[in-house]
Design a protein around this ligand. Structure first.
Ligand SMILES: NC(=O)N[C@H]1NC(=O)NC1=O
Length: 156
């Protein structure tokens, strides 16, 4: 899409196209529409980042909108199309049952500790790096993990 077409979009079309840019957070897209006109497509991306960065610490709610990796939604086919594609790119749709159980246990440990899910940009990782990161990050402190999770959301 060229920038002229982008800037000509009404908020309904804008939401239909970009509503899931941040997983299950269409409110962010609806707010970013107000930042038109965008100089170019990267400026649209920057507007999303700036909006997220300006949120208070309760922005951790964005993390809670993300499904677990290799979790129940993947197993039951209820992921959003975007998330399904991202998780498949990391090979998470082809885990053995032992690997699924291990991921479930680690995700649960992480959520119990931080009260938000482990978030990582799946398409930039594979199952080995995801497992390694999960094991490492579960030992970090909460504010560090909140910031790290939000940086991962921007990559997603
Ligand atoms: N929990 C988590 O990281 N979820 C995700 N990451 C990603 O790239 N797509 C997701 O659904």
């Amino acid at each position: 899409m060229d920038v002229g077409a982008l800037n000509a979009l009404g908020y309904e079309d804008f939401l239909n196209i970009f509503g899931n840019i941040v997983e299950k957070c269409p409110l962010i897209t609806a707010a970013v529409w107000s930042k038109r006109p965008f100089a170019n497509m990267p400026a649209l991306e920057t507007a999303f980042y700036e909006f997220i960065d300006a949120l208070p610490d309760s922005k951790e709610g964005i993390l809670r909108c993300h499904p677990d990796l290799a979790g129940r939604d993947l197993q039951s086919g209820t992921l959003t199309p975007e998330s399904r594609e991202e998780q498949a790119r990391a090979g998470l749709d082809a885990l053995s049952s032992d690997e699924v159980s291990l991921m479930a246990q680690l995700n649960q440990d992480y959520k119990r500790r931080f009260e938000f899910p482990f978030v990582i940009c799946a398409k930039m990782n594979d199952k080995a790096t995801i497992l390694r990161q999960l094991l490492e990050r579960v030992g970090k402190d909460r504010s560090e993990e909140r910031a790290r999770g939000i940086e991962e959301v921007k990559k997603i």
